[in-house]
Write a protein that binds this ligand. Structure first.
Ligand SMILES: NC(=O)c1ccc[n+]([C@@H]2O[C@H](COP(=O)([O-])OP(=O)(O)OC[C@H]3O[C@@H](n4cnc5c(N)ncnc54)[C@H](O)[C@@H]3O)[C@@H](O)[C@H]2O)c1
Length: 339
């Protein structure tokens, strides 16, 4: 096929980012259909993206639209059922993370993917496509830091968005399920091993609403692998300076740090506050390139038949680890992770 025809499901915060990339920035893709339960978002697709074929029902889009592939950017609890339906309808599938909101669902998605080896299934762990993370992985593969044995991953949302997080807290599944999945994926990717034990804890010093919802505004978790490798994940919702995603990989011969200062760009501002580097404001800005590069890779996989590097099993594993982390956090003791 000359261009891969894509139908997108979900045109919210992230759906719009993916939709714009498919419509305007990926030469071998075409956005031919869109689905959302929000009429205003379908108007957006028609007016801003030039998509005439719009639906309020996912099944109807699968049945009627002229599409080769589906990009699923809907609410997390819908991903697994939509993945299975789309694959069974003969469509290649890109799905946002998390794969599912519980392990049983993820296992069902695994079965659906296994049922269709002829189709591409791509899971959106986009940090792996961020040029700095990809560069770090190249250095590790080249042996620059020897054997990587510890990953410290930080992911803190901006305080500017905290009211949304407070509203979402009672239904989010808790800070680890909600926020740590990308950091867990990076830990697994860089260590090349899955953790077998976790101990987690949390703290709230600024917004008691999180405690009232049975959650915390800060979460920390320590992971141990069978070989002795260690992971440390710190997630939070109250960075006053912006969006802080930082990762450190420690090896026997050196260390790599990705964005130790979450700087916006290379501009240094000298003013009455001193010499200041502004910070990146949120995930759409920090990972703009990663969202584009991962979608380009999905489209290329569809066209060439190349298998995506991230497997459906990576989605299940990261969900299992996030649930074990939440269990440890709730019980206040270490938890063995059974796969
Ligand atoms: N990779 C990342 O960095 C990242 C960042 C943000 C969000 N996400 C994930 O992307 C997904 C969407 O997040 P968001 O922040 O854009 O959410 P959002 O609430 O802004 O958008 C959700 C979208 O889903 C659509 N939707 C809901 N039910 C539907 C249905 N039955 N059929 C069709 N469409 C339906 C809504 O109309 C809306 O367009 C979530 O799973 C989230 O975890 C990933």
């Amino acid at each position: 096929m000359e261009k891969v025809k894509v139908g997108i499901a979900g045109l919210g915060r992230l759906g719009k980012v993916h939709a714009n990339n498919i419509a305007y920035k990926i030469p071998n893709a075409e956005l031919t259909a869109a689905c959302s339960i929000m009429p205003a978002e379908l108007e957006y697709a028609q007016n801003e993206l030039g998509v005439k074929d719009v639906y309020t029902d996912f099944d109807e889009m699968l049945a009627k639209a002229d599409i080769d592939a589906v990009a699923i950017v809907t609410t997390s609890g819908l991903h697994c059922s939509q993945i299975a339906k789309a694959l069974d309808a003969g469509k290649h599938v890109f799905s946002e993370k998390p794969l599912g909101v519980n392990v049983e669902e993820c296992k069902q998605a695994e079965v659906a993917v296994e049922r269709h080896p002829e189709l591409s299934f791509f899971l959106g762990f986009m940090r792996r496509f961020d040029p700095s993370y990809a560069y770090a992985m190249e250095k590790i593969k080249a042996g620059l830091i020897g054997e990587p044995y510890m990953v410290k991953a930080t992911g803190i949302d901006p305080e500017a968005l905290v009211q949304g997080a407070i509203r979402f807290a009672p239904t989010s599944g808790g800070i680890f399920i909600d926020m740590a999945i990308h950091d867990i994926d990076l830990m697994r990717w860089f260590l090349g091993e899955d953790p077998v034990e976790v101990y987690a804890s949390g703290a709230t010093f600024k917004h008691p609403e999180f405690k009232a919802a049975g959650d915390d505004e800060t979460g920390v978790a320590m992971y141990k692998c069978k070989s002795g490798k260690i992971g440390f994940v710190h997630v939070g919702r109250t960075a006053p300076y912006g969006y802080h995603v930082e990762t450190e990989i420690v090896g026997t011969e050196g260390t790599l740090r990705i964005s130790p200062v979450p700087e916006k760009n290379l501009c240094m501002i000298y003013d009455k506050n001193g010499a200041v580097k502004e910070c990146v404001s949120g995930f759409p800005e920090r990972f703009a390139q990663a969202y584009l590069l991962e979608m380009q890779e999905f489209i290329d996989c569809v066209q060439t038949g190349r298998k995506p590097e991230v497997k459906v099993y990576d989605g299940t594993k990261s969900t299992q680890i996030a649930f074990a982390t939440t269990q440890s956090y709730k019980e206040g003791k270490p938890v063995v992770i059974d796969y």
